[in-house]
Write a protein that binds this ligand. Sequence first.
Ligand code: AMP
Ligand code: ZN
Length: 461
Amino acid sequence: MPTLYLHNTLTRQKEVFNPIDPNRIGMYVCGPTVYDFAHLGNARPVVVFDVLYRVLKKLYPHVLYVRNITDIDDKIIARSKETDEPFTDITNRTAQAYHEDIAALNALPPDIEPWCTKHIPDMLAMIQVLLDKGHAYLAEGHVLFHVPSMENYGALSRRSRDEQIAGARVEVAPYKKDPSDFVLWKPSAPDQPGWDSPWGRGRPGWHLECSAMSKKYLGVTFDIHGGGLDLIFPHHENEIAQSSCAHDGAPLANYWVHNGFLTINNDKMSKSLKNFFTIRELLAVAPGEALRLTLMSSHYRQPLDFSIDTLRKAKATLDKWYGALRNTSAVPTQTADIPEALLEALCDDLNTPQAIALVHEYVNDLNRAQTPDEQAPLRARLLAAGTFLGFFEQEPEAWFRWKPTGEQEGPSDSEIEALIAKRLEAKKAKNYAESDRIRDQLAAQGVLLEDGPQGTSWKRG
Ligand code: AMP
Ligand code: ZN
């Protein structure tokens, strides 16, 4: 098996991945805050860490992948006030939509998906430890982490103290001992969700949630912690502060892996800039696998500029890949292991562009093969590679039947089949003007016909 290399934000270097225990790999990725549909930017870490999860599962016998759901947050509370809906209705509905959306991207579910509101006692316990050890203090119903109490605070983001204060975006509150101190627990008004605690009814701070839940499922120190670039500061820095200080300096995670931004015209795709496409609306434009391929087409640490045109190109690429499978569907089935070169590319800090280039080669090799004997092993190799990368979850026939929803809706499957039957009759009656007219009519509606020895097959172009 190849050696896995990962870029570690802690050291700013690509390093050999040395697990704490090769029989039990632990990975924690910060999950979504569930108050609205996820956009394609939110899908980038999902796909990036799905690729890493698949690689880890191939290399090691047991991987525990934990990705949380943040189901208590001021944005959720604000939404619940706006819509006058109980916050749990919002979070349940949004989490379900999230699951549906990312399933369409063929992202494997994590092994454990903890919800914050189900782990309040773990959070209270960690706050108490931080208070006992002198890293936290009480102020006006809040419990705050005292940043100057940690000697090497800031090691992950490497920000100066001024930058830390400016970037922390924490509200200026007179009760803070230091401007960079952050909330572990804050009071809830009577009309806000809250839980009883020794410090009054309130709710946890966002950073604390991940520290408490990762400890519960992965222990004090685990292998990999991931998320988008924007989480390095303050979120991950503060997770490290809380966890290390609660655990006498033990590191929280050994490898910190961060994906770059998905951008639109070079601006980060985000709710606040209103330049986003939800996963849901894009699934009406192209199938989930095309979204997945788009997200894998750049190296995960690079920015990735998105446009509908890029998505269409990814769909066309997959048409080519599925086309090679469809053209050889009668070839006897063989199985193959994941090509070594493909695994090597992925083990090199998840070089997905290289992996995709290899799949192109496998497609071309298969297309060039002439006989079933030549085709069978090449088809098996392509299937093994594509499936490992999270593609080919559909039968080729079903893939080509996919159609966009909404305005661009074309003829239904049965309408197409009926027109093909009519065209066949016209051909039999030697009425070629009519059979050509039907073919052209379908082409104008985006349906392409291919006549072969087994009859006419079709695809939506
Ligand atoms: P949020 O729900 O905003 O906390 O985001 C969930 C995940 O999506 C986090 O890991 C973010 O870093 C990531 N994320 C948000 N926007 C983008 C983007 N435009 N590009 C890449 N990752 C993003
Ligand atoms: Zn987190």
